[in-house]
Design a protein around this ligand. Structure first.
Ligand code: CAA
Length: 382
């Protein structure tokens, strides 16, 4: 666990090489400035097998674990956090289908999603339902052999681009037990797209409102039975929190590497600034945070891969890794001084990208709710 195996090292090396070649710094800067989503890059990552790492080989994935998935996401995020988030989000419908899908649903969607030929999305949040996910208002009404879905979903990564959305909608009474999960094809009648958010960071990743206006889908698109939707969503988020943690480790690493390089070259008072304790200690703390975050992410992934309880560990990894990314990226800006505050260097982008990691897939306050509930029920440390 502390050293990648030969196979893991080869996978990491291939992902690193591919991302560096496909996403040069100039393109990343332009993607950020223009809010340009590089769907071609995500498809290319898929062709390398990197969009379906934990999906079983029988359904077109690599059939590896979350540990390998976390290692690869770290590599992608060290180049582009937006690309890593895309890989993680297109992974959510996959983990849901693997866990809860029927054979027909798996066969229909998994090979395309795992190969990057299709793009997936996850639609839980609504304008008035964020942290309180069980209060969602989108309804799904059964009408013979179809469901009719009506409502609005907010903050949807890949909105307008996805070939398939997993949508949580209410089929029963209030609260979590009234929620069901559905597969909604991107071309379903009644599906349209509202505003695209203008975000502070992660600007190369599209975040879009989706509108369901009497959107009609076959009953076969129900996932896991009526009333199972909240469980489906929560368990997907447990896995997703590992991927956001891994993405944040990649961001931290990129910020640390850049700041270290700068501090080694940059001289003031005829001395490389890394040799001033004020800067050297800042970099040392950044390194400690990055390494500690990586270990927690890998531990959560290992627990998942070994069929242990991992929800608490995933929440801990998400909190620590995303808070670390925010702190490390902010300190990287500090190390570069005035230069760090300009767009000439990527560290200001890392700082903007890091902020959203503390918010997505459950705010860090919600992660603490999850951890505290586990403690209350006697779970102790994972
Ligand atoms: N796995 C399986 N089942 C779970 C579960 C889990 N991790 N967590 C809860 N459940 C089950 C419970 O067992 C319970 O079922 P029973 O009644 O049968 O026991 C049921 O779900 C309800 O659980 P709670 O009482 O704990 O529900 P709650 O309303 O108190 O909510 C919460 C708990 C942790 C606060 C939850 O609402 C939550 O995680 N909120 C944050 C939502 C979130 O992360 N949103 C992010 C959206 S996606 C995104 O960010 C963007 C993107 O592009 C991907």
């Amino acid at each position: 666990m502390f050293e990648p195996s030969e196979e893991q090292a080869a996978l990491i090396g291939a992902a690193r090489e591919f991302c560096r070649a496909t996403l040069p710094p100039g393109d990343l800067k332009e993607d950020d400035e223009r809010e340009r989503f590089r769907v071609d890059v995500i498809r290319a990552l898929g062709e390398q097998g990197l969009c379906g790492i934990p999906t079983p080989e029988a359904y077109g994935g690599l059939g590896l674990g979350y540990l390998e998935y976390a290692m690869v996401l770290e590599e992608i995020a060290a180049v582009s956090a937006s690309a890593a988030v895309s890989v993680a989000v297109t992974g959510l419908p996959q983990v849901i289908l693997v866990g809860y899908g029927t054979e027909a649903q798996k066969t229909r969607w998994l090979p395309g999603l795992a190969s990057g030929a299709l793009l997936g999305a996850f639609a839980l949040s609504e304008p008035e339902s964020g942290s309180d996910a069980a209060s969602l208002k989108t309804v799904a009404v059964r009408d013979g052999d179809r469901y009719r879905l009506t409502g609005t979903k907010f903050w949807i990564t890949h909105g307008g681009y996805a070939d398939v959305y997993v949508v949580m909608a209410r089929t029963g009474g209030p609260g979590p037990k009234g929620v069901s999960a559905f597969l909604l094809p991107g071309d379903a009648p009644g599906l349209s797209f509202g505003k695209k958010e203008e975000k502070m960071g992660l600007r190369a990743s599209p975040t879009v409102e989706i509108v369901l206006d009497d959107c009609t889908i076959p009953v076969d698109n129900l996932i896991g039975g009526e009333g199972m939707g909240f469980r489906v969503a929560m368990s997907a988020l447990d896995s997703g929190r590992i991927t956001i943690g891994a993405t944040s480790v990649g961001l931290s690493r990129a910020a640390l590497t850049y700041a270290t390089g700068y501090a080694t070259q940059r001289k003031q008072f005829e001395t490389p600034i890394i040799d001033f304790q004020g800067v050297g200690f800042l970099l040392a703390d950044m390194a400690c945070r990055t390494e500690a975050a990586r270990l927690l992410v890998h531990k959560a992934a290992w627990l998942r891969d070994n069929q242990r309880d991992y929800a608490q560990a995933a929440a801990m990894a998400k909190v620590v890794a995303t808070d670390a990314a925010m702190a490390v990226a902010t300190d990287a800006v500090q190390v570069l001084g005035g230069y760090g505050y300009t767009r000439e260097h990527p560290v200001e982008r890392y700082m903007r990208d890091a902020k959203v990691m503390q918010i997505v897939e459950g705010t860090n306050q919600i992660q603490r709710v999850v951890i505290a509930r586990h403690l209350k029920h006697g779970a102790g440390l994972p």
